[in-house]
Ligand binder design. Structure first.
Ligand code: NDP
Length: 288
């Protein structure tokens, strides 16, 4: 049976460390880390994400500044807001909640965030820098960084390992593969056009699943003893639950935990790490 990697416990430990460092920064240099959130439109899920991020900031002693623009706002208005936040000394990190309304260029908005305040790590230059050997991006994106942190904090050696990343999106798959590569893993990416995917995933010592397909990774796709990090968050019907549904990952947890050496659950694996890494990036921005 696999060891369960407890993302809730690891995220709580990270937050406690951050809270302590925030207090030290305040006491020694009079700096209170500040995160500005920019939400455009009225997507209820995005509003919940932003609320949770702001609450997490306040819990560790940081300040959060929330800005909401209507879905009808123009790209120029969003850019003007980002530029005004970029100039403020009390704002150390700027986060633009994605997705932006249709028609607004994500690259233009993300590219307007100064690299030193890009705590989400989605600025095209920060993303590109992840792939350059001997360079470290100012900030790595939070979910991929959370995956790396789960591996390192559970004592998993990355260097020299075969790592397979399922998914190549700009926010998860691509950056997490680049980060594993920078840590000397031998990395293979799989995607919707990969031929004989199970043969590839079976070679992985470290398997990262980030495709958004409920319980896609089955036991026969996993090498015995592999470390499996499940990024997926998928809601499926479950008539036994009062709500009628429940969350599952991209991995068939019950079957794969019998084969893997270690595995993250969903919920309670990668999910809680994402916000913890956002706090870590914001603190780093303020300390710099
Ligand atoms: P995207 O939809 O942007 O990307 C999915 C990727 O999976 C694509 O690269 C796609 O390939 C690949 N893919 C899709 N179907 C298959 C298949 N059948 N076989 C092989 N590859 C496939 O998703 P995201 O990266 O944004 O998110 C992935 C998952 O992670 C989702 O469940 C999401 O909810 C979750 N997530 C969790 C977070 C957390 O905090 N824990 C944060 C962000 C996301 P192709 O490129 O060829 O289309």
């Amino acid at each position: 049976m696999a060891t369960i990697i407890d993302g809730n416990a690891i995220a709580a430990a990270v937050r406690a460390e951050i809270k302590e460092r925030v207090a030290i920064l305040k006491a020694t240099r009079g700096i209170v880390p500040g995160l500005a959130t920019v939400l455009v439109g009225d997507d209820p899920a995005s509003a919940v994400y932003v609320r949770n991020k702001r609450k997490a900031c306040e819990e560790v002693g940081m300040t959060s500044f929330g800005y909401t623009l209507p879905a009808t706002a123009s790209e120029a208005e969003v850019l003007a807001l980002v530029q005004s936040l970029a100039a403020r000394a009390d704002v150390h990190g700027i986060l633009t909640q994605l997705p932006l309304p249709r028609g607004m260029r994500e690259d233009a908005v993300l590219g307007a965030i100064p690299l030193a305040k890009d705590v989400d790590g989605f600025h095209p230059s920060n993303l590109g820098m992840l792939g350059l050997k001997n360079k470290r991006a100012a900030f790595a994106p939070c979910t991929p960084q959370g995956c790396i942190e789960l591996l390192t904090r559970t004592g998993v050696t990355i260097a020299g390992k075969r790592a397979v990343v399922l998914g190549r999106s700009a926010i998860v798959g691509l950056p997490v593969g680049l980060m594993l590569l920078a840590r000397d893993a031998t990395v293979t990416y799989c995607h919707s056009r990969t031929v004989d995917l199970p043969a590839v995933t079976r070679e992985a010592d470290i398997l990262i699943a980030a495709i958004g397909k409920p319980r896609f990774v089955t036991a026969d796709m996993v090498k015995p003893g592999a470390v499996v990090i499940d990024v997926g968050i998928n809601r499926i019907d479950d008539p036994t639950r009062k709500s009628g549904s429940r969350l599952v990952g991209d991995v068939d947890f019950e079957a794969v935990e019998k084969v893997a050496g270690a595995i993250t659950p969903v919920p309670g694996g990668v999910g809680p790490m994402t916000i913890a890494m956002l706090l870590q990036n914001t603190l780093k921005a303020a300390e710099a």
